[in-house]
Design a protein. Structure first.
Length: 225
């Protein structure tokens, strides 16, 4: 427990340093501390998890790559970052489905509709997208909308500690996606990137808590049986 607490404190100290660096756009610190958040989170999971699931490390590693590619405010890096982000999101969704053992897809599709409407409205309303980015953004909007619908439906149908953490996690992810899109293609303000990193940190910490809650529940079920 002591090591877990130490790593949790370290995680949020690193995140705070990164958030401050983002506000002042001090790139040397950003390149160091942005990926360090993911590294510390993986170390935290390694210490606290009995399973040490490979999919968790794969999810966080692809997130690390995405975050690094999004540091330069350049359309080519944004394009590569979006490709990495789509790969990351597919792995992320697959992992969530594996953990929650979904049985009925209809509630998820219905719960995804509001997210589809919001993201495709702001998406179609911009003419700043290149042809390559256009198709990737369509795919990513579909994935984040399905993820939002999945979390919402899961919370309504299975109200427990695990679904609570998943809902919190996805709400942060949805807010992050919205903010990044606005910042990259509509208006860029200094405050956006610190807010984005705050959302990113809490999203992945919530995801870690969701994974841990599922693993704890699985172990309890095995012991009971």
């Amino acid at each position: 427990m002591k090591r877990e607490n130490q790593l949790t404190v370290l995680l949020f100290l690193v995140a705070l340093t990164e958030i401050i660096s983002e506000y002042f756009r001090f790139l040397p610190l950003i390149y160091v501390f942005k990926p360090t958040i993911s590294v510390v989170l993986m170390a935290l999971y390694w210490v606290t998890s009995a399973k040490r699931e490979v999919l968790f490390f794969l999810t966080i590693s692809t997130s690390l790559l995405t975050n690094v590619l999004f540091i330069p405010n350049d359309i080519q890096f944004i394009f590569l970052g979006l490709i990495a982000f789509v790969i990351h999101r597919i792995i992320n969704i697959y992992y969530i489905i594996k953990l929650t053992k979904i049985k009925d897809i209809l509630p998820i599709l219905l719960a995804s509709v509001p997210f589809f409407l919001i993201f495709f409205y702001i998406f179609i309303d911009t003419d700043l997208l290149s042809k390559e980015v256009f198709y990737i953004m369509i795919l990513h909007n579909i994935l984040i909308s399905l993820m939002g619908g999945f979390a919402l439906a899961n919370y309504v149908l299975n109200e427990n500690n695990r679904s609570m953490w998943l809902t919190i996690c996805v709400l942060f992810f949805v807010s992050l996606h919205f903010l990044i899109f606005i910042e990259k293609f509509y208006i860029s303000l200094n405050i956006f990137r610190p807010i984005a990193m705050t959302l990113n940190t809490f999203a992945y910490y919530s995801f870690y808590k969701f994974v841990l809650a599922n693993e704890t529940n699985s172990q309890s079920s095995i012991l009971v049986n």
